[in-house]
Design a protein around this ligand. Structure first.
Ligand SMILES: C[S@@+](CC[C@H](N)C(=O)[O-])C[C@H]1O[C@@H](n2cnc3c(N)ncnc32)[C@H](O)[C@@H]1O
Length: 302
């Protein structure tokens, strides 16, 4: 086992963090824990079978213990261990939902320092039951942390790729983008501090923190190419955006609750190394198969 390899472990995230070789550093961490809703999350073993928190559904994938306090008790020590492995330009993306995000924000502030908080992404995947009471919950929250307050300014962030940009508002395009260059591209000019900058309409603007353009897996399954039947599997496009924003080629991307292996597959495709782990045998089996289909070499350990 070495820092130069892709590593996949079946085991507890905290334990895995402890047994890695000393020179393994994480340049980006994505953690997508159970959301503390309670119950057992089940697999879809066959097309048409239910997955998730259902009574009649496929085989068990993992337990989702109820209650924010329990989640915080599990995640706070894991965050502390992850922090020790983060490189100085690393970011942790911690994916949660309304049931525990507020408690976990306070706990993560204690681990990393309030000044290490780099903001949050609201992901609105376009699903969610429209119950009769109150506003339907149609979003999840991803908290971003640098290794420490001191490292906040060092944390890598790139926004040049089209996946990290969004179109200018139609009204802004009409009002401001009045010029056209020799190639027929529309642009505007802004003068800041005595320097004039050109902004091209077709390049779009830097993506904001509310993401509505990436649909949930359930919206696509079972016909979707990437669907594995694993409950709460995240779309590859979501991970591609995160990995492109906060890592470089040959960096090490860690996901220690990797489920079906979405982060690992996308990281490998983008030329990053990975450290993956999950304590569910079903998750590891699916992740292994997925990586095998992509012909990704990795070392595995129980
Ligand atoms: C929300 S799912 C992750 C889904 C994943 N992002 C995907 O795209 O498939 C949460 C995962 O955390 C795993 N898990 C829960 N507690 C864990 C622990 N202590 N150590 C490692 N994995 C854990 C579960 O087995 C489950 O696969």
């Amino acid at each position: 086992m070495s820092a130069a390899e892709n590593l996949l472990f079946q085991g507890d995230a905290l334990a895995v963090c402890g047994l890695l070789p000393a020179d393994v550093r994480f340049d980006l961490v994505y953690l997508d824990p159970p959301y503390s809703g309670g119950g057992t999350m089940s697999l879809r073993a066959r097309p048409g079978e239910a997955r998730g928190r259902r009574v009649r559904s496929g085989p068990a994938a993992y337990a989702d213990p109820a209650g924010a306090a329990r989640l915080v008790a599990d995640l706070a020590p894991l965050c502390a261990a992850v922090r020790e492995r983060m490189s100085e330009r690393a970011t942790l993306y911690l994916h949660l939902d309304h049931r525990a995000v507020h408690e976990m924000k306070v706990a993560a502030d204690r681990v990393f320092g309030r000044g290490a908080f780099r903001g949050e992404v609201i992901w609105a995947p376009g699903n969610g039951a429209r119950g009769a009471r109150g506003f339907a919950v149609t979003h999840q929250t991803i908290l971003l942390y640098a290794r420490s307050a001191r490292d906040r300014g060092r944390a890598l962030f790139r926004c040049d790729h089209p996946l990290l940009r969004e179109p200018y508002a139609a009204t802004s395009q009409q009002m401001h983008f009045k010029y056209v260059d020799e190639q027929g591209r529309r642009y505007r000019e802004r003068t800041v501090g005595g320097r004039t900058y050109q902004y091209y309409a077709d390049r779009g603007r830097r993506l904001g923190s509310v993401w509505t353009d990436i649909a949930a897996m359930v919206a696509n399954t079972p016909i979707c190419r990437e669907a594995t039947g694993y409950p709460t599997q995240k779309p590859e496009r979501l991970l591609e955006r995160i990995i492109r924003a906060s890592s470089l080629e040959e960096d090490t991307v860690a996901d220690l609750m990797c489920g079906s292996g979405t982060t690992l597959v996308v990281a490998a495709r983008l030329g990053r190394r990975f450290v993956g782990a999950d304590n569910s045998p079903a998750a590891i089996e699916i992740a292994r198969q997925r990586l095998g289909r992509e012909k990704v070499a990795f070392t595995t350990s129980a």
